[in-house]
Ligand binder design. Structure first.
Ligand SMILES: [Zn+2]
Length: 160
């Protein structure tokens, strides 16, 4: 628990957060936003996956629905990150100290990137597409959300 708080505090706003946010908003290419965010918070983005495994069509569909509801947004990569905004709230930290992180999430979402907590997805060991972690899978099963019969760390169509 203490580790979690320490981790969250590492992503608080620097003094020049307002300037950095302005800079981020000016960037056109998503790639440049990712690069800048990596400069400000080198440990925030833990990996970038090119899409969801076809075994879990629901994730892809949901993401497309969200993108369609925003204007002119094309679904792009899945960005796995150390913490998300909800973690700040859940741990009772003041959201006012996280303006840069919130802006980064917002801007990346509008560029079509899907921001997810790193523990929730793993890359398929063969093709690298995103597979929900065992815990997320179990939760889906419990909620009767369509998913493969058994959890595996690779897609059903990916064989060695
Ligand atoms: Zn695969």
């Amino acid at each position: 628990m203490k580790d979690k708080l320490e981790k969250l505090k590492a992503f608080q706003d620097p003094e020049n957060a307002a300037d950095l946010i302005q800079g981020l908003r000016k960037l056109v290419a998503g790639r440049n936003v990712l690069d800048s965010v990596n400069q400000y918070y080198p440990n925030w983005i833990t990996s970038i996956l090119l899409g969801y495994s076809p075994d879990y069509p629901r994730f892809k569909k949901n993401w497309e629905t969200i993108c369609n509801s925003l204007e002119d947004v094309k679904p792009r990569d899945i960005v796995l990150v150390e913490i998300v905004y909800e973690d700040v709230i859940l741990n009772g930290l003041p959201p006012d100290n996280y303006n840069l992180l919130i802006a980064a999430c917002d801007i990346l979402t509008y560029k079509g990137y899907c921001i997810r907590r790193k523990g929730e997805f793993i890359p398929c060991e063969i093709c690298g597409l995103a597979i929900p972690s065992k815990a997320v899978y179990d939760f889906m099963k419990q909620k009767k959300i369509e998913c493969p019969k058994r959890w595996k760390n690779r897609c059903s169509g990916c064989t060695i």
